[in-house]
Design a protein around this ligand. Structure first.
Ligand code: SF4
Ligand code: SF4
Length: 536
């Protein structure tokens, strides 16, 4: 018998790491799970290409079930086979999560879907000019008939897929972070709000009272920037008490409910516990959270952009309401001028209070806040002096509204906000564009009990917290100094805390006093220990 042949792998391993940083290969169970999920997705893709399924209800149920089962099996195989704890191995080595080819392909696919959804819904099969639906939209017709008694629209298709994505990826997220109770509870909360408040209640409300305007009860102005348009106000008024109740709820949620909750808990009560955009970002977008830019220049850009969107939406909403007020004094008891003066007085009051009591806390930002305030006041004065019935100086109020709807509502929040998850990270919309996040952030910074506290002495500067903060906050820089994190952009997702191996970070609500402690930091190399010894 000759010598035994030793077979060695020809694969060259360039990594010098002892810890095998590259992505683990998928297990057989995961591959099967992926195949099941993709078959479900494939049914939807066939429908987009106009396959005429004989029994649409059954095919839709099969498709959604396969997607559901595939994701659940995948998550089980990925996380239940391991002990609890931080699970982000190999994110920079997988093509999907590190802007590789699969990441880009997913981004392009999602973007194309959004473009079709917003601008060419007939490509998805929406029946126009009285024709019945075909393609993907028609696949959802039976389900829509059950819920609201009408054929599906492209928005019903989107709402269903959106909700399914939050539910299945929410499950995956809960397994991934099962070492952290905060993540489990808040994910349960966003799944509940999406399924019940955003999806089921509006459909059922339509069935009970078809004259009521569509109302997602958890969407608050300026997110639902269209809420105070004439056709909706008319709809609320003509629906009687329930309509008036909804209108009142819409106003109260802006001026009473939201400020109280933000004072007590910070903006996380909305951005990480209730909001649908945040829900999709945190669940379906979780694999991309490390892609958010941490550059100082991005931080500067973010502050200009999000506040510019806020100024735009305030001016646009004022313009839209202003143009229809006064036509019918019986319906709209508010006159045009009283409305303009009220908006001006409210903004001036907020501005004056902030300048008197919070000038120091605002620092340099007071100047930028003043610019925003004066731009809005100048616009209000211009409305008064240069308007005809529907025109505000050169603009039609309706043009302002449709431009906002197009650029911000569709392109920014949909196409870029979600389509670009695999390229820019999962909270692009929340960070750069959402005007409600800007309002909540403003309050969080100045008038809230919330902060992320840091126990600097424990920090080993591993950088996990900064890497996985999807709002691009350099958490480590605060942790190293033992400084509290009080940032307008922090959505209180708690991931920084969940991925910290040393238990340095804690999300807390406590007294406002001493919340911002940037002046009290004691760095190790600032202290001369001999001073302390000599004092004894
Ligand atoms: S600082 Fe922490 S809690 Fe705040 S957004 Fe970033 S990861 Fe979430
Ligand atoms: S706070 Fe925690 S996660 Fe962040 S750098 Fe320090 S040890 Fe790492």
């Amino acid at each position: 018998m000759g010598p035994k042949k030793i077979i060695m792998s020809n694969k060259i391993n360039h990594s010098m790491s002892l810890a095998k940083p590259e992505a683990n290969d998928l297990s057989t169970k995961q591959k099967i799970a992926l195949a099941i999920g993709f078959i479900g997705l494939f049914i939807l893709i066939l429908a987009i290409f106009n396959t005429n399924f004989p029994n649409k209800g059954q095919f839709l149920t099969t498709s959604l079930l396969l997607i559901f089962i595939g994701t659940v099996l995948f998550a089980n195989a990925a996380y239940l086979t391991q002990s609890k704890g931080i699970k982000n191995d190999g994110v920079w080595f997988k093509s999907f999560t590190s802007r590789g080819i699969t990441g880009w392909l997913t981004g392009v696919g999602l973007t194309l879907f959004y473009i079709a959804l917003y601008f060419y819904p007939e490509l998805l099969g929406l029946g126009v000019n009285g024709n019945s639906n075909t393609g993907l939209v028609s696949l959802f017709d039976p389900f829509s008939q059950i819920l609201s008694g009408r054929p599906a629209s492209q928005w019903f298709v989107y709402g269903t897929l959106y909700t399914v994505a939050i539910l299945v990826f929410g499950y995956k997220f809960m397994l991934k972070y099962r070492h952290n109770r905060y993540q489990q509870i808040r994910t349960g909360s966003v799944m509940f709000f999406q399924l019940i408040f955003a999806f089921l209640i509006p459909e059922i409300m339509y069935r009970l009272n078809a004259t009521l305007p569509y109302y997602d009860l958890k969407s608050i102005w300026p997110l639902n920037y269209y809420n105070f348009e004439q056709y909706r106000i008319d709809g609320f008024i003509s629906a009687g008490n329930i309509g008036l109740g909804l209108l009142l709820f819409g106003v109260l949620s802006i001026f009473v409910i939201s400020p109280i909750l933000t004072y007590k808990y910070g903006k996380r009560w909305y951005c990480s516990w209730v909001c649908g955009c945040g829900a999709l970002a945190e669940t379906a977008g979780d694999s991309f959270r490390h892609l958010s830019s941490k550059k100082t220049s991005t931080w500067k850009f973010e502050r200009w952009l999000i506040h510019a969107v806020l100024v735009f939406v305030v001016i646009m909403t004022t313009a839209v309401i202003y143009t229809y007020l006064g036509y019918d004094p019986e319906k709209y008891w508010l006159t045009k001028d009283v409305f303009l003066v009220s908006v001006g007085v409210l903004l001036t009051l907020v501005f004056a209070l902030v300048m008197v009591f919070k000038r120091k806390a605002l620092g340099k930002d007071a100047f930028y806040g003043a610019i925003g305030y004066f731009v809005i006041i100048a616009a209000l004065i211009a409305f008064h002096y240069f308007n005809s019935d529907t025109k505000l100086f050169i603009f039609e109020a309706e043009t302002l509204r449709s431009s906002y709807g197009f650029f911000i509502g569709a392109i920014f929040s949909g196409v870029i906000g979600t389509g670009f998850y695999p390229i820019f990270g999962n909270r692009v919309w929340c960070r750069f564009g959402c005007p409600f996040a800007a309002i909540l952030g403003f309050q969080q910074r100045l008038l809230s009990k919330f902060r992320v506290t840091t126990n600097g002495g424990q920090c080993i500067s591993c950088g996990n917290c900064s890497t996985y903060c999807d709002m691009g906050i350099d958490v480590r820089a605060y942790a190293q100094k033992g400084e509290n994190i009080v940032r307008s952009s922090c959505v209180g997702c708690g991931i920084c805390s969940a991925v910290c191996p040393r238990g340095v970070l804690k999300l807390e609500n406590d007294s406002m006093k001493g919340r911002i402690n940037s002046n009290d930091i004691l760095l190790g190399n600032n202290v001369d220990l001999m001073d302390f010894v000599n004092q004894k």
